[in-house]
Design a protein around this ligand. Structure first.
Ligand SMILES: [Zn+2]
Length: 303
């Protein structure tokens, strides 16, 4: 807790409309975000949003966003927390701003939105790569109990995804702990589950199927252990990102925020989707799969 927590929570409130959904998501389960001082002001976001090629404005806004760095074999890779639980590089944030400028038109209908790679291909795991191995780095957790709580929730969430479509070939397999290290040669697990003691900006955070190996961590923050939102529900949501699904509220119902257009819709809009934040009168505390979630997953992975 202490000063660090205050500054982290402050960053939450410095975030623009882009993460309003995330704020609601995070704030629903804990009462921690109370009148913090602002670091990145709404004005900073507005300035960057209105002119994404203004480097100074972009830098000022980025400086106020929570940041996470990854070690890519000795090279530090910096990412910004966007929409509450997505980690984007500088260029990706800028692309989001450009997309926002050009896509103020009404969002398309669609539920269980599938991430699309820059080359236009769907961002899913190819069939030969659907056994996703993971290790849980218990050393990062504050206690063995907390690691166990996280593992129980993770295991439930993973089994739930597997059971939606047994013929899709998606399997989560626990690998031996690798001290959180993921070598570039691919000898480590597909991803690592770890605790981030400073991760007050999110309940949990993940990566997309097409993200580089060094970014493949599923992190949980301190509020994960205190929130009223279902813990296995949170991890169902995060594993949804891992499988390539975007935020359901991307289609921007009132009260939510439209991120970008790098997705395609699999099913009609359903505000109760596991991928919907608590925003725009949508979202649920249990974050279970809806019939549409199941149908969309089978569409994306069944082929
Ligand atoms: Zn999310």
């Amino acid at each position: 807790m202490g000063a660090n927590r205050v500054s982290q929570v402050a960053l939450k409130h410095g975030l623009p409309a882009a993460v309003v959904g995330a704020l609601l998501f995070a704030a629903a389960g804990n009462g921690s975000a109370q009148n913090p001082p602002q670091k990145a002001s709404k004005a900073d976001l507005t300035a960057a949003d209105q002119n994404p090629i203004d480097t100074a404005a972009l830098n000022k806004m980025l400086a106020g966003l929570p940041q996470v760095t990854f070690d890519d074999e000795g090279t530090e890779r910096r990412y910004y927390v966007w929409e509450g639980d997505m980690l984007l590089g500088r260029d990706e944030v800028q692309a989001m701003l450009f997309a926002h400028r050009s896509l103020q038109a009404p969002a398309r209908q669609g539920e269980l939105l599938l991430q699309v790679r820059p080359d236009g291909r769907p961002g899913v795991w190819a069939r030969p790569k659907r056994t996703l191995t993971y290790s849980i780095d218990c050393r990062t957790f504050e206690s063995a109990d907390n690691c166990r709580i996280a593992e129980q929730a993770f295991t439930k969430a993973a089994r739930d995804w597997e059971n939606v479509c047994p013929t899709c070939g998606v399997h989560f397999r626990k690998a031996p702990a690798t001290a959180g290290y993921r070598p570039k040669d691919g000898s480590g697990p597909t991803f690592v589950v770890r605790y981030d003691p400073e991760g007050y900006d999110y309940l949990a955070i993940a990566f997309f199927a097409n993200d580089p190996a060094f970014k493949r961590y599923l992190g949980v923050g301190p509020d994960f252990f205190t929130t009223d939102i279902s813990r296995d529900g949170i991890l169902r949501h995060e594993l949804g990102h891992v499988l390539g699904y975007r935020h359901e509220h991307n289609r921007a119902p009132a009260g939510c925020y439209f991120e970008d257009n790098q997705w395609r819709a699999l099913t009609p809009y359903d505000p109760k989707s596991v991928m919907h934040y608590l925003c725009g009168a949508g979202g649920t505390m249990q974050m279970v799969f809806t019939a549409s979630d199941r149908a969309g997953h089978r569409t994306a992975y069944g082929a």
